[in-house]
Design a protein around this ligand. Structure first.
Ligand code: FES
Ligand code: FES
Length: 162
């Protein structure tokens, strides 16, 4: 099949690769660009481990073609920490609140939460649980993930208001 050039802003840098038009965004990231933070945890679009942020919206990267993200600003877990290595406040909240065990789901949980924190400055626990329905975790029982998102959201808005 003929290949096409797909380029985008990935974690603040312009990237491009020649791919078949049918290439999913998750495969473009992992196989063409060696960006392996977004995980593949299912083949049914249920687990959310592949979630990335595309132009400010959390997207399961196994559900869109790479070409659909051409020209977009894409953020993955690799782009969350600052250039100096300082963790993003959401990452710090997951660390503090023990929001992970094996860590497989964590990149997807965090990338889903980025959009959530922008939309819900003062969320309820129920709102967090509802938002994360598309992200599965086999280890934690979810409570610490929910606590992490609540802590991270509060910290983000406190930081912005400071
Ligand atoms: S790999 Fe499971 S939802 Fe994308
Ligand atoms: S921490 Fe293991 S799957 Fe969520």
């Amino acid at each position: 099949m003929a290949k096409i050039n797909v380029s985008m802003e990935l974690n603040g840098k312009t990237v491009s690769a020649e791919v078949e038009p049918r290439t999913l965004l998750i495969h473009y990231l992992r196989e063409n660009l060696n960006v392996t933070g977004p995980h593949i945890g299912c083949d049914t679009s249920h687990c959310g481990a592949c979630t990335v942020d595309v132009d400010g919206k959390s997207v399961k990267s196994c559900t869109i073609f790479a070409v659909q993200a051409a020209g977009a600003e894409v953020l993955t877990i690799e782009g969350m920490a600052g250039a100096d290595g300082k963790l993003h406040v959401l990452q710090e909240a997951f660390r503090e609140m023990h929001g992970l065990q094996c860590g497989f789901c964590t990149p997807g949980m965090l990338m889903s939460s980025v959009e959530f924190t922008k939309r819900h400055p003062n969320p309820t626990e129920a709102a967090v649980r509802h938002w994360l329905e598309g992200n599965l975790c086999r280890c934690t029982g979810y409570q610490n993930i929910v606590n992490s998102v609540l802590r991270g959201t509060a910290a983000m808005h406190a930081e912005q208001g400071a």
